[in-house]
Design a protein around this ligand. Structure first.
Ligand code: C2E
Ligand code: CA
Ligand code: CA
Ligand code: CA
Length: 396
């Protein structure tokens, strides 16, 4: 996808041509014209944030009008392949596109009919009318989503993504044993963007797969650098459920292990209950493959999902991560406290270790120690930080 500057009066595409691109008006105004009785007539006008030229892509028909820049205009050009992904794999975006398209088409047809009835006259002109509000909102929703995806795809290419690291300590000795890698988007205009604001988009668009590959590779390389300071340190990597739908996940992880020379059992792979419930048989197979590579599997946010304890033995899980929502409240809420205590003893009896998240006070560490929790992380120990700060933290 590229940006294109078009001067006033220039033709963007012509009626009757095959279409390879759709466009979003980033700045300016574009008219869609057609020839009627040899005269160019404006069918509609597109302004900032609007999508046009999509119709020819959706059914591979020829352009039904000529698009002309009505002012100096900046366009985002979206190749046909972008849409094919959605059409072959329909989701809310494809549905929105189709609904925008159909509404627009019906409205145009209505105008054509009215026009044909009205005039033998050579002086054809008809007014640009506002599209129905619903379409405008949906169009806006669609185009802003496409723009955010383009932004995010560029972020990956332009190295705006960075891994931060949060230390994980042994609850008893408080010595550092590992860290969790947590992604950040360092946006040139918007500053640091937390993962909750873009992981969902990356998942919806499939971008999480190449992004996840990059994360795995980076985290493995970083582990080797951290090991210069703490010999046996491990690095945790978060895996999205969508990565488990990619047939290359095991291969990608193996190749990161091989190319970085990292010790696989010093890489913890964090998955969630959502991943387990996705396609349990397939996920169990993948996890077994990852165990054969000698990676360690941690179940993240444990206790917040839909699943029950009974299915746990079906998966090769080494570590339970106790969700921070229980840890935050365990000192004030006896129910949370009992949940944490129970999860710790459950893990022990299943031969798993525990990591407690969300340790914000020193007293949390003491309570967790009394429950025999193994590891812990949280703001009391340290917040996630850039690699350089984390290395200094290791040296301190
Ligand atoms: P998560 O995996 O449950 O990560 C723990 C989150 O809790 C992190 O937020 C961390 O900064 C925060 N946290 C840790 N200790 C404390 C504490 O003591 N108090 C409080 N209030 N918060 C604490 P973050 O970095 O914003 O990440 C949010 C979520 O985004 C993660 O939740 C994870 O689901 C996702 N995420 C982050 N990095 C990645 C990644 O590389 N890949 C994928 N797929 N998801 C990621
Ligand atoms: Ca995690
Ligand atoms: Ca978590
Ligand atoms: Ca979480």
């Amino acid at each position: 996808t590229v940006e294109e500057h078009v001067n006033e009066g220039r033709v963007i595409f012509s009626e009757g041509e095959p279409g390879d691109f759709a466009y979003i008006v980033k700045q300016g105004v574009v008219d869609l014209n057609t020839l009627i009785n040899g005269k160019s007539v404006r069918l509609t006008r597109f302004t900032e944030g609007e999508l046009f030229g999509e119709m020819a892509l959706l059914d591979k028909s020829l352009r039904s009008g000529t698009a002309v820049a009505a002012t100096d205009t900046v366009l985002i050009k979206i190749p046909i392949s972008y849409f094919e992904r959605y059409i072959n794999n329909p989701g809310d975006l494809a549905q929105t596109l189709l609904s925008v398209l159909l509404t627009r088409y019906r409205e145009m047809r209505g105008r054509f009919t009215a026009l044909a009835q009205r005039s033998e006259s050579s002086d054809i002109s008809f007014e640009y009318t506002e599209e129905p509000q619903r379409t405008a909102i949906e169009t806006h929703h669609t185009t802003s989503k496409i723009q955010r995806e383009i932004d995010l795809a560029n972020a990956l290419k332009q190295q705006q993504l960075a891994l931060f690291y949060q230390p994980i300590v042994d609850v008893k000795s408080q010595a550092i044993v590992g860290c969790e890698s947590l992604i950040r988007w360092i946006h040139p205009d918007r500053g640091m963007i937390p993962p909750d604001e873009f992981i969902g988009l990356a998942e919806d668009t499939g971008l999480i797969v190449p992004m996840g590959k990059w994360i795995i590779h980076e985290a493995c390389k970083a582990r080797n650098r951290f090991a210069e300071h703490i010999d046996n340190i491990y690095v945790s990597i978060n895996l999205s459920p969508i990565q488990f739908e990619s047939p290359s996940l095991v291969r990608d992880i193996e190749s990161a292990f091989v190319s970085t020379g990292v010790k696989p059992n010093r890489i913890y792979l964090e998955i969630t209950e959502t991943t387990l419930m996705l396609d349990p048989l397939n996920v169990a197979n993948i996890l077994n493959d990852l165990k054969r590579l000698d990676a360690v599997i941690a179940l993240d946010d444990f206790g917040t999902g839909y699943s029950s304890f009974s299915y746990l033995h079906r998966f090769p899980i080494d570590i339970l991560k106790i969700d921070q929502s229980f840890v935050f409240t365990m000192q004030d809420n006896s129910r949370s406290k009992e949940i944490v205590r129970t999860l710790c003893s459950l893990a022990t009896s299943l031969g798993m270790r525990t990591i407690a998240e969300g340790i914000e006070r020193e007293s949390d560490l003491h309570l967790l120690n009394s429950f025999a929790a193994d590891f812990g992380q949280g703001y009391f120990i340290a917040k996630p930080m850039p690699e350089e700060d984390f290395v200094n933290f290791l040296k301190a």
